[in-house]
Structures are given as C-alpha cells and as structure tokens.
Design a protein around this ligand. Structure first.
Ligand code: GLU
Length: 392
C-alpha cells in the first residue's frame, strides 16, 4: 500500500539539496528576527555588472517576454559558443550548445537523459551536493572516488582505472571544484585522458562553472581541449552565475556532442522549455560585453581566501588547505568530533551561534564543514569570530 504521501521511488531515493536547505533555513531564521550570517550558499556578493542589468531592462522594454527556442535563442547560443572558445578554448558550433535554467538543470538533463538502472557514475568526493542525488534520481549507481586534502582533492589515473567497469557511464569532473577548490592541471587531465581513451564507453561531464575563479598561475585546463580526441564524449558545463554574479538569473550553458545536446533539449522541452527570455538577453550581454571586471573580482576573492584560510587555521580544532579555485573552504574539524559527535551537530551548533555553513557530509566528506568566502570582509570577519567563539 502506498503511504499517505505517495511520492515516487525516484524521489524517495534522493535528499533535498543541503546547500539550498541550509540557506533557506538561514533566511527563515532571519525572518524570525535572528541575526544569522549565511556562508552556506556559493554566490558572489558583488552586484551584477551594469551592462548586464541594462540588457535585462532593455529586453523587458522590448517585450522580449515570450517563449524562445527550447535550447535558447540563437543569439545566446552563439554568444555562449564565443564564451566556450574564448574562455575555455572549446571550439563548437552554436548548434552544439544548449541554454538551461542554471548549470544545475543542464547537468540534471544530461544525466537523466542518458542513465538507466545499473549504470554507474564515477564522482570524485568531496563532491557538489547535487551530483549524486541526480544520479540516484535517474536510478543509476553512484561510485564514490574519495580524494584527500593531501592529494589536492584530485583523483589519479590509477584511481580512475580501478573504478571503471563495463557499467560505467559517466565520470563527473569539476575543476576548480566545489566544495574543495581542487583544480586539475593540463598534465593531470592528460593522464586521466589516457585511461579514458582505453575506455570508450565512458562519457565525461566537465563542470567548469568556476573556471574564471582560479588563483594558481597558468591557463584553465579542460578535458575537451587537453584531449581533443575525447571531445566527442565530453559535455562541458559553464554559465554566468559565478562569473557575472547572476545566480538569480538562472542561466547555465553546456557544450557537447550533437546527439547529447539534442537529448538534453528533448528532455528540456518537457521540463522548463526555454530558460527565461529576459535572463537569456542578459546572458548575451554577459558573454559578449566587457570581461575586465573579472580581474578585480578574482583579486578580491583571492584576498578573501587568504584572509579566511589564515583565520580558520588559527582556530583550535579547525584546519583547511588553501583552495586553488572557486570560493569555498572545506574545513576539517576532526579534533572536535569527540565533542560534537558528527559534523551535522557541529553545523547546528554554529547555526545557534549565528553562522550558517554546510556540513562536509553533505558533500560526501566527513568531520567538517564548507564555508563560502563570497562575502565581504566585514561579514567574513564577524562570521569567523562567531565560529571561534562557538568552538571555545
Ligand atoms: N552551487 C552553489 C553551492 O554549492 C549554489 C547552491 C547549489 O545549487 O548547490 O552553494
């Protein structure tokens, strides 16, 4: 007999997003009068650039308020193809680009469009919260590839080779990575490419949404460029959310083989249809307009990273490596686990002290928590003082 809440087996297999969940909780506590500093969600605190806002306003004034093609307007797909070529080195025709309501939707569509029960998906952990949940929703099996801080949170070719089976359908790569900042060099990717070359049944999803936010010298490296012979089975995901402070616009883009972009479009035609027409117009301005503000943003993120890492490492019981990219710190709190039991209890204790962060277990990690340092210095300083006070 079905229960009083007859949800599907697919939905019952997954948990709600714990990044979004903690942020919703912080918003609700604030609405109830509590003073909460939320470092739980990853979104730049900078204002969306003026030229992007102007494009959104102009689209509205021009009554650009109707359906567009499901995969996005041709103008935006061309602008996204320009972005893929200019910023990532991936040269694709615009027809092999799809526009979705956020990178999250593109990832959801790619996985749900290609996975069947029994398929395996390799995900290096700590991972972004939604990757394993989407795989489970699709009925496939998550294969955890655990990584360590000492290993730069990167998988090795040996690690990858040992995990691949005839049922492996996808490898998910995220560089720079959320929540660790792990960044793969061209040499790292070339070595992984050797293994993938020997396993032609494996597709690769390369989530490059944090590519503009790297703090190490050298160019961004991405699999489709490092191993062009593998590009026909690589889907690269990008967007404007992190690079242009446009999280609320919900625009993500993906470039890949025509069959896969078509399959994603088929599914999207039954989910959202097109992404918001006004947000699409704004994204055109983001991709084609000035990019120089990013130099300043990156420097400010770098300064915050350095400040936060030093302050966290000064708190007894906490330690965190210097992330190479993105705007998160994965903080180890193992010495505090005797006191708190698990990282969820620790996170709730911090929330009681006015700071919202996300437990490492949400990311397939353990004994710690993630903070986003995409907040201004004052907020970061106050949050860290609260964390230090809460753990005294
Ligand atoms: N990707 C961001 C994060 O990890 C936004 C929230 C989400 O979609 O998970 O915080």
């Amino acid at each position: 007999m079905r229960s009083a809440e007859p949800i599907s087996q697919a939905l019952a297999r997954i948990a709600p997003s714990r990044t979004n969940g903690m942020t919703d909780r912080a918003i609700a506590l604030r609405a109830a009068g509590r003073d909460i500093i939320a470092l739980s969600v990853g979104e730049p605190d900078f204002a969306t650039p003026d030229h992007v806002k102007a494009a959104a306003k102009a689209a509205l004034d021009a009554d650009d308020t109707r359906y567009t093609a499901v995969a996005g307007t041709q103008t935006l797909r061309e602008a996204a193809a320009l972005h893929f070529a200019r910023d990532l080195g991936i040269v694709v025709p615009w027809q092999q680009v799809i526009v979705s309501a956020g990178g999250k939707q593109a990832i959801f569509h790619a996985l749900v469009a290609t996975l069947d029960a029994g398929d395996e998906v390799l995900i290096p952990s700590p991972w972004w919260v939604s990757y394993p949940e989407v795989v489970r929703f699709a009925g496939a099996t998550v294969v955890d590839l655990p990584t360590t801080a000492a290993g730069g949170y990167r998988i090795t070719p040996e690690h990858l080779a040992a995990a691949i089976t005839p049922r492996t359908r996808w490898l998910l790569l995220n560089s720079p990575g959320n929540p660790t900042g792990a960044t793969y060099s061209a040499a790292d990717l070339a070595a992984l490419g050797e293994v993938l070359r020997a396993n032609p049944h494996v597709l690769v999803l390369s989530d490059d949404i944090y590519a503009p936010l790297r703090y190490t010298p050298g160019d961004h490296a991405t699999l489709a460029v490092v191993c062009p012979d593998l590009a026909a089975r690589v889907l690269t995901v990008s967007g404007v959310s992190k690079s242009h402070a446009m999280t609320g616009f919900r625009i993500g883009v993906a470039a890949g083989p025509a069959w896969l972009i078509g399959a994603m479009g088929k599914l999207q035609s039954h989910t959202s249809g097109n992404a918001c027409s006004i947000a699409q117009a704004a994204a055109v301005a983001a991709f084609t307009g000035p990019q120089d503000f990013l130099i300043d943003w990156r420097e400010r993120f770098r300064a915050r990273r350095d400040r936060v890492v030093a302050a966290i490492n000064a708190i007894p019981g906490l330690s965190t490596p210097l992330p190479d990219g993105a705007f998160y710190c994965m903080i180890d709190a193992t010495p505090l686990m005797d006191r708190f039991g698990d990282d969820e209890a620790l996170v709730l204790h911090l929330l009681d002290h006015g700071v919202a962060v996300v437990a490492a277990s949400a990311f397939g990690g353990r004994n710690g928590f993630r903070i986003s340092f995409a907040a201004d210095d004052d907020k970061l300083d106050r949050a860290i003082a609260r964390i230090a006070g809460a753990l005294q």
